[in-house]
Design a protein around this ligand. Structure first.
Ligand SMILES: Nc1nc2c(ncn2[C@@H]2O[C@H](COP(=O)(O)OP(=O)(O)OP(=O)(O)O)[C@@H](O)[C@H]2O)c(=O)[nH]1
Ligand SMILES: [Mg+2]
Length: 380
């Protein structure tokens, strides 16, 4: 049986957006779709268009999409935006006659997460994000049902069902949160234990696919799964890094190895919806409580600056904007010298650190900077 599904992608872009940026948006959406797997893109549309309040892509366009989908045998429309619940409802209703389902960007990201999650904790976090994502949609649907039913006296029925669904979702959310709190408490305990032992913690953060897991593996000798796909990592992994040149352990723990604990976590991406970030708070707490952050940037990606800004923004949302941070440009080995020069130029005061996590280049300098940063913090 053919397990692939045919899909049409659609992306509305600002009329003034540069063509190059528009193309990059589409490439990223395609990467997300490919990461999910099992989907063949039969058409990728990009339109310079202001979003329609009701259907997002404009009512005329919906019919066009429906007919095109029928012709191409597509059963799925993926919209590159976070749609309002009302828009999802309207768009889905209008495309139903064509047998076409609608996913927005959050649906797609959640589905990738669900497919990649391995630990119970990550699975619970995704479930929580899904419940939070679905809630307003069901509520929007209820508004619609009660409005439709208004004239013929069925308001009560629609509302009762919606109320029941909302209660069910609230209850589900409460239960998931309760379970997650258990994990959170376990993490807090482990962290307090480590800090009593004098361990310092370093957390690797960065845009998805920047090379965070590869760097964790290179620094700590771990063998975590790293792959050329978005969101390969959804859990926090911790490894040990020996720091030969540092003496930050307290006097009563002087015989302990000079070791920092390095953790790697879920990658960031632009337009990451807040409910997703909140749901991942348990996993992200390692980063939140770290003594030092290593922000890994893919220097070979022409979008490095935008990706850096996204990461900075998310770190701010997590409340760790003031944690000491080392920025490293990774994938040195596949960055053109022109690109490197232009990145260096934007950092004239502090020339950036270049590494290759796969080829183990520049790691000694990085380790020296880590030592530096951790000892300065200790003795200042
Ligand atoms: N050429 C080159 N490729 C690299 C380097 N570091 C990582 N990669 C590749 O980049 C891809 C992504 O690496 P990961 O370590 O999985 O990236 P990540 O940041 O952990 O990604 P997610 O967990 O998916 O967010 C993999 O195919 C790696 O082999 C590097 O220094 N040079
Ligand atoms: Mg990873």
């Amino acid at each position: 049986m053919d397990k692939t599904q045919k899909a049409i992608l659609i992306d509305l872009i600002h009329p003034k957006m540069l063509k190059r940026h528009a193309m990059e948006r589409m490439v990223e959406l395609e990467e997300l779709v490919n990461t999910y797997g099992g989907i063949v893109i039969v058409k990728a549309w990009q339109k310079r268009f202001a979003p329609h309040p009701k259907t997002y892509i404009g009512t005329g366009k919906v019919t066009l999409v429906g007919e095109e989908a029928k012709q191409l045998g597509a059963k799925l429309l993926i919209v590159n935006a976070q749609l309002k619940p009302r828009q999802v409802y309207d768009l889905s209703e209008r495309l139903r006659p064509y047998g076409v389902q609608v996913w927005d960007r959050v649906d797609l990201i959640l589905k990738i997460f669900a497919k990649h999650a391995k630990t119970t904790e990550a699975k619970l976090e995704i479930e929580l994000a899904s419940v939070r994502h679905m809630g307003p949609r069901i509520f929007g649907m209820g508004m619609e049902l009660s409005r439709q039913g208004g004239g013929i006296g069925t308001v009560g029925i629609g509302e009762t069902n919606i109320e029941r669904m909302k209660r069910h979702l609230r209850e589900k959310e409460r239960k998931i949160k309760e379970k997650l709190e258990g994990y959170q408490n376990g993490r807090d305990l482990a962290r307090r234990h480590r800090s009593r032992q004098g361990f310092k913690t370093v957390s690797i953060v960065g845009y998805t696919n920047a090379g965070k897991t590869t760097l964790l593996n290179a620094l700590t000798g771990r063998k975590e799964y790293a792959a050329d796909e978005l969101f390969a990592t959804l859990d926090t992994r911790v490894g040990q890094l020996f720091l030969p040149g540092i003496n930050f352990v307290r006097s009563d723990t002087i015989d302990r190895p000079r070791t920092a604990l390095v953790s790697d976590t879920i990658g960031f991406i632009k337009d990451l919806p807040p409910e997703l970030l909140n749901a991942f708070s348990s996993t992200l707490s390692e980063a939140v409580d770290a003594d030092l952050l290593i922000h890994v940037v893919d220097g070979s990606d022409p979008n490095w600056l935008k990706q850096m800004k996204v990461v900075d923004e998310i770190l701010e949302r997590l409340g760790v904007a003031s944690t000491p941070r080392i920025v490293v440009f990774n994938k040195n080995d596949q960055t053109s010298s022109e690109a490197r020069v232009s990145i260096d130029k934007t950092h004239e005061e502090h020339p950036p650190l270049w590494i290759s996590a796969t080829k183990h280049q520049g790691l000694d300098d990085l380790i020296a900077q880590i030592e530096n940063s951790l000892s300065i913090r200790l003795f200042s």
